[in-house]
Ligand binder design. Structure first.
Ligand code: NDP
Length: 256
């Protein structure tokens, strides 16, 4: 029931493109307030504007408060000082979507640059942990809340050339499962969304800006789009309070 989203405040990391951008816009359309976080200021401003437009078009009176805040989740000090940057009207967060993440390179283990593997762990794992710590404290104080983490099929199945990325997403899955169990007797909900292939800027980053190589990844298959995943996230958030969607595994129909 979409009315459960009205006036909720959602914090989305990695909201400047792909799944995070689509999620922010869909929550905006459903009458929620959204805090958008990512590093790229201009891209974030565009999504901020899309949220405003989507909310206006919805005709809903509720929600419609948005803030775009440049933030690098891999920098713990930036995460810890987040509340200094959030406008007071958006401080009472109800839902955290831990979506920021990336894969960089396709090298086999011996060839991966240490800077690259450290950055993947710092973003996909430590950034997600730091954001979760920040919000779980608030959720415990108010005795409600929902943490939605983006895992991946890569968090269930390793593949050659993906050692670090798959390790980060296995870590996300283990962390999310433990968190769910820690919070099991509270009203705080924990969900993991594990997509297969979604066509976003993800592959462009993976192939270091080589758009041709990025596009080749989807040859012979119709990938999902950000909106497909956003719908699952918003659906999980809109379940009745006694229902916890623990995990969602979602693939293109023709992905093996
Ligand atoms: P995109 O590259 O389109 O989006 C990634 C987002 O993460 C961007 O908004 C980017 O913003 C943000 N981000 C990256 N690093 C940081 C950082 N250090 N601090 C803050 N924000 C950061 O890819 P997707 O939308 O596809 O990816 C979203 C999530 O979905 C990721 O966790 C990814 O692992 C997961 N996923 C994606 C799949 C796919 O096939 N696309 C499949 C399975 C899971 P900015 O650069 O502005 O900081």
């Amino acid at each position: 029931n979409a009315s459960r989203l009205l006036n909720k405040t959602v914090l989305v990391t990695g909201a400047s493109s792909g799944i995070g951008a689509a999620t922010a816009v869909l929550f905006a359309k459903g009458g929620a307030n959204v805090i958008l976080l990512a590093r790229r200021t201009e891209a974030l401003a565009k999504v901020h504007e899309q949220c405003r437009t989507a909310h206006q078009a919805s005709g809903l009176q509720e929600g419609g408060k948005f803030a775009a805040i440049p933030l690098d989740v891999s920098d713990r000090s930036q995460v810890e000082s987040l509340w200094d940057k959030v406008p007071s009207e958006l401080r009472d967060v109800d839902i955290l979507v831990n979506n920021a993440g990336f894969v960089f390179g396709v090298e086999h283990v011996g060839d991966i640059a240490p800077d690259d593997y450290e950055k993947m762990f710092q973003t996909n794992v430590f950034g997600l942990v730091a954001m979760t710590q920040l919000l779980v404290k608030e959720f415990k104080k108010k005795n409600s809340g929902h943490i939605i983490n983006l895992g991946s099929i890569a968090g269930r199945e390793p593949y050659a050339g993906g050692s670090i990325y798959t390790a980060t997403k296995h870590a996300v899955r283990a962390f999310t499962g433990s968190l769910l169990r820690e919070l099991v007797n509270t009203p705080i909900r924990v969900t993991e969304i594990d997509p297969g292939m979604v066509e976003t800027e993800f592959s462009v980053v993976r192939y270091r800006g080589d758009e041709g190589a990025a596009k080749n990844v989807y040859t012979g298959l119709q990938p999902l789009v950000g909106e497909d995943i956003a719908e699952e996230i918003v659906w999980a958030a809109a379940r009745p309070p006694h229902v916890n969607i623990a995990e969602v595994l979602i693939f293109p129909v023709n992905q093996a």
